[in-house]
Ligand binder design. Structure first.
Ligand SMILES: NC(=O)c1ccc[n+]([C@@H]2O[C@H](COP(=O)([O-])OP(=O)(O)OC[C@H]3O[C@@H](n4cnc5c(N)ncnc54)[C@H](O)[C@@H]3O)[C@@H](O)[C@H]2O)c1
Ligand SMILES: CCCCCCO
Ligand SMILES: [Fe+2]
Length: 380
């Protein structure tokens, strides 16, 4: 029996008002990393600065992190940290902000590294010589506040790289449902289906264990029971609380069991077309459950435990309630031009096949399988 490892953040603070716990941090300087305008617009960024100040911590803001954050954005933030020398990094925003902050942290602690140095799984040197990390997610969500992962886009070759390093698991995760409550409906649905995908892929993963399955199954249950409500009634506190916790629970599952083919394919179609991560996952998930069923009985296990007739159909039904299209051809978020799709299909399929997430898929697909699955998800 091989020796296994199960790691999650040391501290997870959750529930209404948990943002105020930033006041308990012991330190001198914090670098706040955030994304677009939402945290500023809704006052959460100013709240965080004031709470840190109350606790005796001065801060700088590194903002403007774009969706699907680039290597260039990471270097910009790392430089600001090297100049300010914080002992805390506080990432507040969606997965893009949290992911960018994690790799900024790495280059702050190790300024002589290159991005290529940290692409191999586990290649990142130890962190925490200069700073510790607090993650405050505003979407429910990528669970980047829980995981050992960060997804960074190399804009030169259009490839999204999942960076994997145990030290990137944040010290503290703060799950305050007030932040995701202000998400617009499409962000609620896309990020909520990312949670579903994290949980379903973690439970079917060849690295799933008795430590990871309970978190994954509970997350699937909470998404089925709460996502539609959070989508239709954005101010429903119970639905937002349960979705925010579901995101972290799914994160505890997949940071230890990893994921599968849906994420490999979502990373690569995201790199080629810029489609939102959760939306790409939501469209493809049912197709890959149907494909993977030949390799695993874990979907049947979930159906038995949760009393679901057919998991893929339950996900198709939920997608429909969330106004998520069943194919990329019918997706109006980005232009999935058919000629471009055919042109990039081979490259995209080979890159998806090589993505680290494919390693834990319940069965080993061929590149031809991946192409067929992209084609099925494109045309239906
Ligand atoms: N590290 C991991 O384990 C992990 C897991 C899954 C996905 N990811 C990565 O995370 C990224 C996606 O993150 P995401 O899905 O959270 O979206 P995001 O961070 O890209 O944000 C999407 C949009 O929603 C806005 N937004 C975020 N929170 C908001 C709020 N509360 N109210 C209003 N607007 C808000 C953002 O400003 C942005 O415009 C992708 O790059 C994906 O690859 C990382
Ligand atoms: C190897 C796991 C990478 C996780 C990335 C989630 O989009
Ligand atoms: Fe994801």
């Amino acid at each position: 029996m091989t020796v296994m490892n199960f790691s999650i953040p040391r501290t997870i603070i959750y529930g209404e008002g948990s943002l105020a716990k930033l006041a308990d941090l012991k330190g001198k300087k914090a670098a706040l990393v955030t994304g677009g305008s939402s945290m500023k617009r809704f006052g959460f960024l100013d709240q965080a600065i004031a709470i840190l100040k109350k606790g005796g911590i001065d801060s700088i803001v590194i903002d403007g992190v774009e969706p699907n954050p680039s290597v260039e954005t990471v270097w910009r933030g790392a430089k600001a940290m090297q100049d300010f020398e914080p002992d805390w990094i506080v990432a507040i925003g969606g997965g893009s902000a949290l992911d960018a902050a994690k790799v900024m942290w790495c280059f702050y602690e190790h300024p002589n590294l290159t991005f290529e140095d940290i692409i191999p799984v586990g290649a990142m040197p130890p962190l925490r010589n200069k700073a510790r990390f607090v993650a405050i997610p505003s979407t429910s969500g990528t669970a980047s506040e829980i995981t050992a992962f960060s997804v960074i886009t190399d804009t030169k070759n259009h490839i999204k790289y999942p960076i994997v390093a145990a030290d990137m698991v944040p010290d503290i995760a703060i799950l305050d449902p007030a932040l995701p409550m202000v998400m617009p409906a499409n962000v609620t649905s896309n990020t909520g289906m990312d949670v579903m995908c994290h949980a379903v892929e973690a439970v079917a993963s060849i690295a799933a264990t008795s430590f990871t399955d309970p978190y994954a199954v509970e997350a699937i249950k909470l998404v089925l029971e709460n996502l539609e409500k959070a989508f239709t009634t954005p101010t429903d506190k119970t639905a937002r609380f349960n979705m925010h916790n579901a995101s972290a629970l799914a994160g505890m599952a997949f940071t230890n069991a990893s994921l599968g083919l849906v994420h490999s394919m979502a990373h690569k179609i995201g790199g080629e077309f810029g489609v939102t991560h959760g939306l790409a996952n939501a469209i493809m998930l049912p197709y890959i459950i149907d494909f993977n069923r030949q390799f695993t009985d874990k979907y049947a296990y979930v159906e038995r435990v949760l009393g679901i007739k057919d998991l893929a159909q339950a996900i198709r039904d939920l997608n429909k309630k969330l106004a998520i299209p069943s194919t990329f051809k019918d997706c109006d978020e980005v232009d999935f031009d058919e000629t471009k799709f055919k042109t990039v299909l081979n490259r995209m399929s080979e890159n998806a096949f090589a993505d680290p997430c494919t390693l834990t898929n319940p069965g080993t697909p061929s590149v031809t399988d991946v192409k067929a699955l992209y084609t099925a998800a494109y045309y239906g």
